[in-house]
Design a protein around this ligand. Structure first.
Ligand SMILES: [Zn+2]
Ligand SMILES: [Zn+2]
Length: 80
């Protein structure tokens, strides 16, 4: 058994609605995938947002393609 993020493993989908324009937001993937980016600003932002997120949660980055609104959603990892 393993604690895995259902979104990262394609086992589940979480649909978020943009709070600005009510359009469906797109899952841009887990935030950990962004750690490879060479952007100190982005890294700072992630670090501050990851604070307070439980170890058994996976942060996903959602973005509304219509208005550009972005949100990070903490997804609970599940045992498979
Ligand atoms: Zn994930
Ligand atoms: Zn929007």
């Amino acid at each position: 058994m393993e604690l895995v993020c259902p979104l990262c493993n394609g086992l589940d989908k979480v649909h978020k609605i943009c709070k600005i324009c009510q359009e469906p937001m797109e899952d841009k993937g887990a935030l950990v995938n962004y750690y490879d980016d060479y952007s100190p600003y982005l890294l700072d932002e992630i670090t501050s947002k990851v604070d307070g997120v439980a170890q058994n949660q996976c942060l996903h980055h959602y973005r509304c393609e219509k208005c550009g609104y972005e949100e990070n959603i903490a997804i609970d990892r599940e045992i498979f």
